[in-house]
Design a protein around this ligand. Sequence first.
Ligand code: BDP
Length: 650
Amino acid sequence: MSRCGGPERRAMFRVLCLFAAFDAVCLLDSGMLFPRESPSREVKELNGLWDFRADRSPNRNQGFERAWYKSRLAETGPVIDMPVPASYNDITQDPALRNFIGWVWYEREVVVPARWAADEDIRVVLRVASAHYFSIVWVNGVKVAEHEGGHLPFEAEIGSLIRKDPTAPCRITIAVNNTLTPHTLPPGSIQHMDDRTKYPDGFFVQNIYFDFFNYAGLHRPVVLYTTPKAYVDDITVVTDFSDNTGVVKYKVSVQGAATATLKVSLIDKDGRSVASSSEPSGVLKVVDVKLWWPYLMHENPGYLYSMEVRLIASDKSSPYEDVYTLPVGIRTVNVTSTQFLINNKPFYFHGVNKHEDSDIRGKGFDLPLIVKDFNLLKWLGANSFRTSHYPYAEEILQMCDRYGIVVIDECPGVGIKDILSFGNASLAHHLDVMDELVRRDKNHPSVVMWSVANEPASEMPPAEFYFKTLIKHTKDLDPTRPVTYITDSNYARDKGAPFVDVICVNSYLSWYHDSGHLEVIPIQLNTQFENWYGKYQKPIIQTEYGADAVSGLHSDPPIMFTEEYQNVVLQSYHKVFDQKRKQYVIGELIWNFADFMTAQGITRVVGNKKGIFSRQRQPKAAAFILKERYWRLANQTGRLPPWTKYPCPL
Ligand code: BDP
């Protein structure tokens, strides 16, 4: 099983970091490079239909008792078709599966190319990009991996198992359990209802403290990929520039070779090599550098070089060669007491909060939806988003890199409300998750800040130690990016704010408080900003604000849940933002980009309706208000070429 290490490794890791900040990110015990094809690597996607069965036994344990992984799933009971990637919840007509809690079983037989099995010098790696929440993986009945956490990838090398019987099909079984406990991220709890006058036998519910549906299953691609025995295991880049010379500090880690020769080349978009080295770590200098700029801040946003790492290992008779190519954007990020600087220029976040969420697929990875969303972001003039409330698919971050969309990368620390979730077990897991997140996303130029949590109960006494430790750990992992968490607590009682680099505040004025009273927004929002800035003198992002609006519901004068009310809430906030962005407010992210599914409850009408687009990505009136504003802001705060002068050409 390949996971970031436990407490001992972390202790060692922290000590080392004090001495070598740059090395810090390289010390995770193995890399998690995105699987890419290259002359030395093949990728085989296992997306498609898998056999599926939910374990409906009372203790949800029959699959283990009867060892469902030992033979074909269809031999131990009924199976249904389940698409991968997708959440399983909305695929069938069965309400029990929609709301299922416990183990579900996926299985698929794969034909492995004969040469993969024949060649002992090929590593065959099984990679699961996201299985929510806890998973166990078997290959031909042998357990190969176990992973906790629903949003980050894990891998297992399975070459030796395939070689045991190269002619047999390779049967992959994945059991996934969506049960959340006070120590998982996000936390939850199971409540058994034992009053038999009210509830049927065995009745229990999953309590969650976050506002989105707890979709589950194999959410992102499952792939097999190969590398040679000696291979590039990880690459870390940190970039800088001075005048017009770009600086790429890099470190390559190699596995499987006692001795190896490396060739590292940085190649520009025209295919020219602009710098090279043969050292495993070093500095590449790029003359006349083309910096990575955010969308609408430069006429050529999202410029990426390719770092080609070529490894030749010759510890055997025949040399191995491995080639891995990493996209690299050269940019810097800095924070002052009033500004967020990208490439030393003030950057104002005008963007959105999103969810991975859509009809039928739930949280399943879906390229048509993803590309549509990027087209909507461009249309809107949004330059940024936050991955509320968990890490998104790597393919989404790759698009952000290419489009120049700036990302606040959030871990699944949402709904940390219970005192039990501030204990040592929770903190240890939270540190592990940050290890995994930074390991996966450290090289994306689009990622400019880490968010370690959303709206925790940060006024509770243990929050001080918890966030001090967590934020320090994250800074040790990556000294190059600011770290924050998102707060909705009171500025005077918030225990973690002293440790964050940027204050990120959520507020729902005239919605959850003073409902219907739009007139309170200017005064209360002004007070909110003055209080936070007055106490901490750190720049502030309004990371959430908004109001539910049911598409097509109208009322003038505006009343709650109509498109008009949502408009006025937004416009009232905008007036205050326009005053405060001259001082220390450095961004505004609307809640939410699109309507999304939630648990059922009396405040949600088939989900949360605070989207400026419907769940089907059709605009509400608010989308046009925001579009007008964002393009205007881009013209005032960005450096746009004449062709993008407002009104936008789209
Ligand atoms: C915020 C949460 C977000 C919710 C939103 C809302 O961060 O997850 O969806 O409130 O209530 O507090 O719409």
